[in-house]
Design a protein around this ligand. Structure first.
Ligand SMILES: NC(=O)c1ccc[n+]([C@@H]2O[C@H](COP(=O)([O-])OP(=O)(O)OC[C@H]3O[C@@H](n4cnc5c(N)ncnc54)[C@H](O)[C@@H]3O)[C@@H](O)[C@H]2O)c1
Length: 276
């Protein structure tokens, strides 16, 4: 039997994608996974944001950076040194639903499409046993970790679907599924953010088969984020369950790319599989 004819049929759509990529790269050119994709980073100047921005820029993404501190955003944009057409920098208070919606609309107006939203807004309160931990911690963490996810997901769900390959990525904590006695508010807030993201994934999964619009929502789960400076000179064992910021950034770049197009509503765990 002719082995070529016996092989699985390659869907025409996949061939078209490959041809389009080849055309973009030009003869002998290299196409990166995120070439031409506009990715918004919410909370871009925190502990993880710069590593994510660097990784996505290296993969060819156009970046829409936002945070609350204009000076830090400008410093990050200067460090990235992307051409003006590949970067958008705006301060947005993501606790404000209207401002968040206006950010999404402004990006669609400028670029025509937004293909990804990496949600990196963070904050932590904890360390006190559950019976005595201040309940105000819950108020703050609910705002930072849940409300900002609600606002970005509602503002970007439409544009992500319309892009044809939209990606929503939440970075969460293993405390969401294995909360400790001194992290009740933090664990509960992250659990709520995860549930919200999974509900978004469910909505994306409901697309009709003949609807060309496709999007996914997934969660990258870590214990704590380690930067090179944190780990330097420390015993390895103390950081065994920590994830390197650059490794988390690489995982986010993967989830944003076409290689993860069949992954929706999943928790990608980067903490060695430990519950504690
Ligand atoms: N740092 C960790 O060890 C750790 C562990 C588990 C999960 N996470 C999660 O990973 C993600 C990134 O962590 P991180 O340490 O970089 O977070 P972070 O605490 O540094 O916060 C990220 C950014 O969010 C910005 N931000 C806060 N409020 C905002 C608002 N209203 N509008 C816009 N931006 C706002 C902050 O200015 C900050 O630059 C977060 O979602 C965090 O919850 C972090």
């Amino acid at each position: 039997m002719d082995r070529r004819r016996a092989g699985r049929r390659v869907p025409a759509e996949r061939l078209l994608h490959a041809a389009a990529a080849e055309a973009r790269a030009g003869p002998g050119g290299r196409v990166s996974a995120l070439d031409g994709r506009v990715v918004a980073i919410a909370g871009a100047t925190g502990g993880l944001g710069p590593a994510v921005a660097r990784a996505l820029a290296a993969h060819g993404a156009t970046l829409a950076l936002t945070d609350v501190d204009a000076a830090k955003l400008d410093a990050l944009a200067a460090e990235l040194a992307l051409p003006a057409e590949r970067v958008d920098v705006r301060t947005v208070d993501l606790l404000d639903p209207d401002a968040t919606a206006a950010w999404a609309a402004a990006l669609v107006e400028r670029f025509g499409t937004v293909a990804g939203l990496a949600h990196l807004v963070g904050g932590w309160r904890g360390g006190e046993p559950l019976p005595t931990a201040p309940l105000e911690d819950w108020t703050l963490l609910h705002d930072l970790l849940v409300r900002t996810v609600q606002h970005t997901s509602r503002a970007f769900a439409g544009p992500l679907l319309d892009s044809g390959h939209g990606r929503f990525v939440l970075v969460s904590s293993k405390q969401a599924q294995a909360p400790t006695f001194t992290n009740a508010a933090y664990g509960a807030a992250k659990a709520a953010a995860e549930a919200w993201t999974l509900a978004l994934a469910d909505g994306f999964a409901q697309q009709e088969a003949d609807d060309p619009r496709r999007a996914t929502a997934n969660i990258v789960v870590v214990d704590a984020i380690a930067t090179a400076a944190m780990v330097e000179g420390k015993a390895d064992s103390a950081y065994r369950t920590f994830a390197d910021a650059d490794d988390i950034a690489a995982a986010i770049a993967y989830v944003l790319g076409d290689g993860a197009s069949a992954m929706n509503g999943q928790r990608l765990q980067l903490h060695g599989g430990t519950r504690r």
